[in-house]
Design a protein around this ligand. Structure first.
Ligand SMILES: [Zn+2]
Length: 67
């Protein structure tokens, strides 16, 4: 007898290594897209300082993405 797959536990969401939630790039904003690209590259290279910086700038989307 096969037991049906059970969904008693919610999938575990891995916490971000920076310790806080990641802002989402705003659709249609070139600045957000660029920040997301830079952030991905920085994370791949272990540069968490740049990752944090990109997150901060992405949060500032309504005000602009000035470095
Ligand atoms: Zn933006």
């Amino acid at each position: 007898m096969t037991e049906p797959t059970r969904y008693s536990e919610a999938p575990v969401v891995l916490p971000d290594r920076t310790g806080y939630s990641k802002p989402t790039p705003v659709a249609g904003c070139a600045g957000c897209v660029e920040l997301a690209n830079v952030r991905d590259r920085a994370r791949a290279g272990g540069d968490m300082t740049t990752v944090s910086g990109c997150n901060v700038l992405m949060r500032k989307h309504p005000e602009g993405h000035s470095w």
